[in-house]
Design a protein around this ligand. Structure first.
Ligand code: GDP
Length: 297
């Protein structure tokens, strides 16, 4: 039986809506391998649960290959865990490690930067955050408050508000002060998609120009409540923004937590962090085993 309490208890709570929606539709209690309708119900439930068409087909294929299924919830959890693959954590080996945080406005980017700074500080790392979201007026002020609470250095936007200039200043300051991690926030105006990708490419070039091999991580923030839209964003950013991992936010209150499976399996992007609330402590490492069980069993 999976461990209860602690982080798992918390994630289970956060995924309650997603789990309820999925398990009610699957009707695991009445599932039998010989029942064609039961398989169809399972397939539909997974697709409705934003698991994605390809991941759903693969899950059904793997379950069918088992021949016999005792506890459907547990069997499904095992196969979802297998699709996720092993946990992938942030690579913090470089000094400084530069983490670029990208994503569409409103997904929780700035909040995630603040939470991540807090987590890293708790683990004894020195941190500097750069307020590269020069588009949203309140983002800079918001991030400064979070940085202060986390005990991280803060680099704001110079007059004129060029995100690449913020990235430059942040990386320079982080290196000069010997900080372990530099986290750079960015703006995410979706209505100008190609401009956004160009702007992000420019930010990347500036960072690369300061430190070879940087940014070491490019975290894409995806709002779980947006389901298939979030998957589409992940596809777009994954193709053109050098994404190394996903932070999936707002899992609390979302019924679409299954999108994590689609992101990981269909796009091959590892989910590295999950956001489970608005507070500074509400960011957790992604654990495939715990997540899979909290989702369906
Ligand atoms: P940004 O525009 O992408 O920088 O988004 P913000 O960081 O400003 O976040 C947008 C809203 O989402 C804010 O109200 C945050 O408090 C909220 N938010 C961010 N992450 C989470 C989360 O994991 N759970 C919940 N419930 N809300 C979140």
């Amino acid at each position: 039986a999976p461990e209860r309490g602690g982080f798992f208890g918390r994630l289970r709570d956060s995924l309650a809506k997603s789990r309820r929606a999925l398990t009610a539709e699957i009707g695991a209690g009445t599932f039998s391998v010989g029942d064609e309708e039961a398989w169809e119900r399972l397939e539909e439930a997974l697709i409705h649960g934003d698991v994605g068409v390809r991941a759903t087909a693969e899950l059904v294929r793997r379950l069918e290959a088992r021949g016999e299924i005792g506890d459907l919830g547990e069997a499904l959890a095992e196969e979802i865990e297998a699709l996720f693959g092993p946990a992938v954590t942030l690579d913090l080996s470089a000094s400084p490690t530069v983490i670029l945080v990208v994503g569409v406005n409103g997904t929780g980017k700035t909040t995630t930067v603040g939470k991540l700074a807090q987590k890293l500080r708790e683990h004894g790392r020195t941190v500097l955050v750069g307020a590269g979201d020069t588009f949203r007026a309140a983002a800079e002020e918001q991030l400064e408050i979070w940085a202060e609470r986390a005990g991280a250095d803060f680099v704001g936007a110079p007059a004129g508000g060029d995100p690449a200039a913020v990235a430059f200043d942040a990386v320079e300051a982080g290196r000069a002060r010997g900080r372990d991690v530099v986290i750079v926030d960015t703006a995410g105006r979706l209505h100008t998609q190609s401009n956004l990708m160009e702007e992000l490419a420019k930010v990347r070039r500036v960072i690369e120009g300061r430190i070879a091999g940087a940014p070491h991580e490019t975290l894409l923030v995806v709002d779980a409540t947006t389901g298939q839209n979030g998957l589409q964003q992940a596809r777009l950013f994954g193709e053109s923004a050098g994404v190394t991992g996903v932070a999936l936010t707002k899992l609390d209150g979302s019924a679409k937590g299954g999108v994590a499976v689609a992101i990981a399996y269909e796009l091959g992007l590892p989910v590295k962090l999950v956001g489970v609330g608005e507070g500074i402590d509400d960011l957790r490492p992604f654990d495939p085993r715990e997540f899979a069980r909290a989702l369906v069993s």
